[in-house]
Design a binder for this molecule. Sequence first.
Ligand SMILES: Nc1ncnc2c1ncn2[C@@H]1O[C@H](COP(=O)(O)OP(=O)(O)OP(=O)(O)O)[C@@H](O)[C@H]1O
Length: 271
Amino acid sequence: MADPQSPMVEINGLEFTYPGIDGHPPPGSTPLIQDFSLSLFPGDRCLLVGANGAGKTTILKILGGKLMVEPHMVRVLGRSAFHDTNLTSSGDMCYLGGEWKRDVAFAGFEVSIQIDVSAEKMIFGVGGVDPARRAELIKVLDIDLSWRMHKVSDGQRRRVQICMGLLKPFKVLLLDEITVDLDVLGRADLLKFLIKECEERGAIVIYATHIFDGLENWPTHIVYVARGKLQLSLPMEKVKEMSNLSLMVSPPTAPHPLRLKFKYNTRLLVS
Ligand SMILES: Nc1ncnc2c1ncn2[C@@H]1O[C@H](COP(=O)(O)OP(=O)(O)OP(=O)(O)O)[C@@H](O)[C@H]1O
């Protein structure tokens, strides 16, 4: 188990702008992510929330080492997420997000994983895996090993993707709307499995989603992002303490307010 006092993820004054076609941020552009700092410790389960375009995926991609930032701005397990490729290849950090694609011959060109191969071949093709963990994941995700990948539904394909991503005992898991294709029971079983991973092994999960159903007791933290800035980071005990309190981050008349209503009757009204 990791030292509970030392952060597994540290974001220090993160700034990020997507590069233009010349590979550099357009001159004079305002950074998309600004002045963002956050530390997460062993066992933390962080729910990353915010409106469309707030910057959640960008933050997860930066943490997942898919976008370059200065090494001191983001440390994952004490290492630079972008520069230390061993973080991902070792399985210590796992990013699951977006569509499940694979690179084909042309640089930067990707196609969906829809080849005629069985779920069994894909899952058992991942080497160096504990057979008991693999069997548990196949059960939790209710995977039929005889599924052919070109004939399965989106949700079934997603289950195989999640299973393959979780086969190695990750230390940091980044989930970007990955459960959107799962049915209610499949999602609940997966979320329960992730709680066990955090409590028993001290792993951490950062989960960006717009679907709050069934999440009342899942997170240890709620992190709210708007316009690329951290607006709120609340431990769940605080959210529970705020029973009957409405926390107004922006007036309820703001266009498209996002309402997070948990069973504790805490309402975060944010735009
Ligand atoms: N590759 C890119 N190049 C330039 N701008 C981008 C790129 N990807 C995203 N953006 C912009 O960055 C902003 C944040 O996008 P991001 O995908 O991080 O938001 P999000 O909070 O994950 O949104 P959603 O809830 O819709 O998934 C958006 O305005 C988007 O248009």
